[in-house]
Design a protein around this ligand. Structure first.
Ligand SMILES: [Zn+2]
Length: 444
């Protein structure tokens, strides 16, 4: 039996009746705990490039890291296969589950693969090639797309910044009914927990964000800075539906980990998550349908940018940009279509330098301080009231204040990606894998 660490990654375990990868991972945690594995980390919930179109909800994969001397990887995989068959609605063609196991040291190729999965699209063939080259124990069905997330979640060990999410699940046979999460209890939790939790209530403390709306088994999820804080936060939450099980995940949510590559416009490719530095080329326009478009240039190329309706107030900020403003955009790249070229879907805006807004006005009369009128071309100005003539006077230019400031602007919390670093986390950086897990981090 191996005392080497086992890394088990899984993804795309979904069904239209509403399964989900984290829920399945929670069932797997219970199964493995019954086989007395030693957990080396909380389950890692790894969000991948949010701009990818083919994906499970939220594009999240899960990896489990443990040692065991009671159960072999092959046996674990066999068990998972049985569990998946039991779990997944096999008639649903868009479910392409994948499970990968790495024993011992994680190969460098897999770490690189994970980094790429945060901001690029990855062909399934590349995942399969790495799996072959390293002889990895794995399982997939459908087109095997789940292997991408499975592999990517193994390679991302959350060695730098990370956060936690406590996910409470309801029973599978209640997934069609309303959850009834009590909004007041969530707001009270948010107040009590302060900045040890984040993104659970919207910016105006009005709407709660912990309750999903689909027919999935997630009852609610609470985001925070430590395992302890999310567990404590959960003790405040009331809901009509019962919590059947819960698990704490360590995750890259709220870390901005996908946005580290600054790209020139000419190097952008469809579905990239990237930062683009440039200057506003054409001022923003509000289009029918409620989205804003404008163009930016990096002095070599020009590209269309768009902020869409769900980003609400963020669009109004974007509307305040003017030609030549220097900005950095957080984007994902939409491929060209029949109606538009390659377009940057704007998810964050850093205003670096505002171009001056100059207003030129006629001078004031030195006697009665009224604005003067032109006395004709080349003849200066005259005052209507007192008749004063200023033949050598010129227009005065004043810098008008811009209704936008230097700084970072993000869409409201309800429109942010799982990976977006919210303002609430400005002062927070967690680092490294935890040395010890807290005693009770799942419901079993
Ligand atoms: Zn006058």
């Amino acid at each position: 039996m191996s005392e080497e660490e086992i890394h088990l990654g899984l993804d795309d375990i979904d069904s239209p009746s509403g399964g989900c990868t984290t829920h399945f991972a929670s069932l797997l945690v219970e199964y493995l705990s019954k086989h007395s594995v030693n957990w080396n980390d909380y389950p890692n919930l790894i969000r991948l490039n949010p701009g990818i179109p083919f994906r499970t909800r939220g594009n999240g994969a899960v990896s489990l890291r443990f040692t065991t001397d009671t159960i072999e990887p092959d046996e674990i995989l066999h068990q998972i296969e049985l569990m998946i068959n039991d779990y997944v609605d096999r008639l649903y063609p868009n479910t392409n589950p994948g499970v990968v196991i790495v024993t011992g040291k994680i190969p460098e190729a897999i770490s690189r693969f994970s980094k790429k999965a945060l901001w690029r699209t990855i062909p399934i063939a590349l995942a399969k090639r790495i799996i072959d080259e390293h002889n990895l124990v794995h399982y997939s069905s459908g087109n095997g797309r789940g292997l991408i997330g499975g592999l990517a979640s193994i390679g991302n060990q959350l060695l730098r910044d990370h956060t936690y999410e406590y996910i409470a699940y309801r029973s599978m046979d209640q997934c069609g009914d309303t959850r009834g999460v009590d909004a007041l209890s969530v707001k009270q939790m948010d107040e009590k927990m302060g900045d040890s939790v984040f993104s659970n209530v919207d910016d105006k403390k009005y709407r709660i964000l912990i309750e999903p709306h689909g027919p999935d088994p997630v009852l609610y999820g609470i985001r925070g800075e430590t395992a302890k804080s999310v567990i404590r936060a959960a003790s405040y939450i009331k809901s009509e539906q019962k919590v059947e099980r819960w698990t704490v995940f360590r995750t890259n949510q709220g870390t901005g980990e996908h946005l580290v590559h600054t790209m020139s416009i000419g190097d952008l490719r469809p579905y990239m998550a990237a930062i683009v530095h440039g200057f506003v080329e054409t001022p923003p326009r509000m289009m029918e349908g409620g989205y804003v478009i404008f163009k930016i240039t990096d002095r070599k190329s020009v590209i269309d940018c768009a902020a869409y309706e769900p980003t609400r107030s963020f669009r109004e900020t974007v509307m305040k940009l003017r030609r030549n403003d220097e900005i950095r955009l957080h984007v994902n790249v939409r491929p060209r279509s029949k109606t538009h070229g390659l377009t940057l879907n704007v998810e964050g805006l850093e205003v670096l330098k505002l171009s001056p807004l100059i207003q030129s006005l006629n001078p004031l009369c030195p006697h009665c301080l009224r604005r003067m009128k032109s006395a004709g071309r080349g003849k200066g100005y005259k005052c209507d009231k007192c008749g004063f003539r200023g033949a050598t006077m010129n227009k005065i230019e004043t810098h008008k204040e811009r209704p936008i400031e230097i700084g970072l602007y993000l869409p409201p919390l309800s429109a942010q990606r799982h990976l977006t670093r919210p303002f609430a986390r400005n002062e927070h950086r967690n680092s490294g894998r935890p040395k010890h897990l807290i005693e009770k981090w799942h419901s079993l």
